[in-house]
Design a protein around this ligand. Structure first.
Ligand SMILES: [Cu+2]
Length: 143
């Protein structure tokens, strides 16, 4: 108890401060195209956390991507690099924006199943997220 009380007074952030909301994924058509996963990642700690990578048994090359739409309405996506989540901040992985792109799928993502996606942070800590797979046309976790 004494240790917990002492630690509570320090500025810190760790995996226990990360709260993941509404994870979801779309069923894939086979494995030739990448899968995608979305969620919100909230940092309840009082120092920044940096999302540096992903790991999952369903894909050999999971990566955080960012979709951008240019002035003429053309969308493209690219690796987003490190994502800093400010203290008390939330980062949303959502359609049309940041997303977890599951490249080189090891197996199809099948509707009504789920899989584990591990978020890797800059301090070496990891947070495992259970991601439910929705239908191939799903637009969000409510459907
Ligand atoms: Cu992508």
């Amino acid at each position: 108890m004494a240790t917990l009380t002492a630690m509570a007074g320090l500025a810190s952030a760790g995996p226990e401060d990360i709260v993941v909301g509404d994870p979801w994924s779309r069923a894939s058509i086979g494995t030739s195209r990448p899968g995608v996963a979305y969620m919100t990642i909230r940092n309840t700690g009082d120092s920044a956390m940096t999302l540096t990578g992903l790991r999952t048994e369903v894909a050999a090359m999971p990566q955080v991507h960012r979709t951008a739409t240019d002035d003429s309405g053309v969308s493209s996506m690219a690796p987003a690099g490190d994502i800093e989540i400010a203290p008390a901040g939330t980062v949303a992985l959502e359609p049309g924006s940041l997303h977890a792109m599951l490249m080189k799928l090891n197996r199809p993502l099948i509707e009504a199943e789920s899989y584990s996606l591990i978020l890797i942070f800059g301090d070496g800590s990891e947070v495992a997220v259970t991601v439910p797979v929705l239908g191939v046309g799903a637009r969000g976790p409510e459907e």
